[in-house]
Ligand binder design. Structure first.
Ligand code: UT7
Length: 333
């Protein structure tokens, strides 16, 4: 067939263990008030010892398939920066555990923009007729790569997974992805990174230490880039399909920080209450962030069939991207 990528299923999964701000304050030099006022976060979910990203991805994938009323897809894309192992990709294992042995399966790495990059990749597979339906899963377990002594990153990040099923269809129908825009600036890669453990370090022969493998972020610089890049990306997507910002019912931004969302709304000159926000309950869940926020909004009725929706993400790389759709009839699983 080949055509538009149409949203046909949505599922989400959070690991049951919750870490509150008070729990963090008991082990680190931080407090509930700092975390709430600087980030908007009250709690985050984290995986139990021994659990991995694929475990969350499978749970979200099962739910997206159920939501779409489908047992089969032709391809599985896992957007993640915390794969179960550096090699091979996590997606083949996830596909296999979903009973989808034999299908195309690969990972996409664009950190917090991973889900939007995954959607764009799936749209390409559908347009080129490589697949008739694709499962796109955003899943991350950042709790496993944070420096236990780093009060900033531990306050911000949480674990989770969200998934959508995309089917080949027509651009005019509800759920069709439109106005996809992607971007990157690799000259600022050091703002969000795991410095070691890759070929750059390994080729030196220097042994890898714990410190090399911890996630690091230069928060202030990332904050201003996030607002600037997401604002430009939102405008570009909307313009491409002839939507005025004032006509958009719901913006679903990457949940990086409630203050980033507020600054984005201000820069775009749209009311902040048109922006989805679940960061208070889940923190920044990286590639899972946008589908988790979508699932939350859809389940609570804040997203209704016919709504004009615009998703936008920003993350390490640096990377950014946005996509628009008219919300379809959908039951979240
Ligand atoms: O998801 C992908 C993209 N990621 C983002 O978009 C994240 C963007 N950045 C941010 O959200 C914010 O920069 C953070 C939440 C990470 C940090 O907030 P900030 O307001 O930019 O704080 P800061 O890093 O400038 O630090 C301000 C102060 C520092 O103390 P001094 O040097 O002023 O004495 C920090 O040491 O706050 C201190 N601080 C904390 N205090 C209590 C940092 N973390 C904490 C903490 N508890 N957890």
């Amino acid at each position: 067939m080949g055509g538009a990528a149409v949203l046909a299923g949505l599922g989400a999964w959070l690991p049951p263990d919750v870490v509150t701000n008070a729990d963090l304050a008991a082990v680190l030099d931080t407090d509930d008030e700092w975390i709430r006022t600087r980030t908007g976060i009250r709690q985050r979910h984290i995986v139990a010892p021994g659990a991995a990203t694929s475990d969350l991805a499978v749970q979200a994938g099962v739910r997206a398939l159920k939501s779409a009323g489908q047992e089969h897809v032709d391809a599985v894309i896992v957007a993640t920066s915390t794969p179960d192992r550096p090699c091979p990709a996590t997606a083949p294992e996830v596909a296999s555990r979903l009973g989808l042995r034999g299908v195309a399966a690969f990972d996409v790495g664009a950190v917090c923009t991973g889900f939007v990059y995954g959607l764009a990749t799936a749209a390409g597979l559908l347009a080129a007729d490589v697949a008739g339906s694709v499962l796109v899963i955003g899943a991350d377990t950042f709790s496993t790569i944070l420096d236990p002594r780093d009060r900033t990153t531990r306050a911000v990040f949480g674990d989770g997974a969200g998934a959508v099923l995309l089917k080949s269809g027509a651009f005019g129908e509800a759920g069709a992805l439109r106005g996809l825009t992607l971007g990157s600036d690799g000259s600022r890669g050091e703002l969000i990174e795991i410095p070691g453990g890759g070929s750059r370090q390994r080729s030196t022969g220097r042994p890898v230490t714990d410190e090399d493998l911890y996630f690091t972020m230069q928060g202030r610089a990332v904050f201003s880039e996030a607002v600037r890049r997401m604002a430009a990306s939102v405008r570009e997507s909307a313009e491409r399909i002839g939507w005025r910002l004032a006509d958009i019912d719901r913006f679903v931004p990457h949940q990086a920080n409630a203050r980033i969302t507020a600054a984005l709304a201000e820069r775009l000159d749209v009311p902040v209450d048109t922006f989805a926000s679940n960061i208070d309950r889940v923190g920044n869940t990286v590639a899972a962030s946008i589908p988790l926020a979508l699932a939350d909004d859809a389940a609570s009725g804040r997203l209704r069939a016919g709504d004009r929706v615009l998703l936008t993400g920003f993350g390490g790389g640096l990377t950014w991207g946005s996509v628009a759709l008219t919300w379809p009839e959908l039951t979240v699983a």
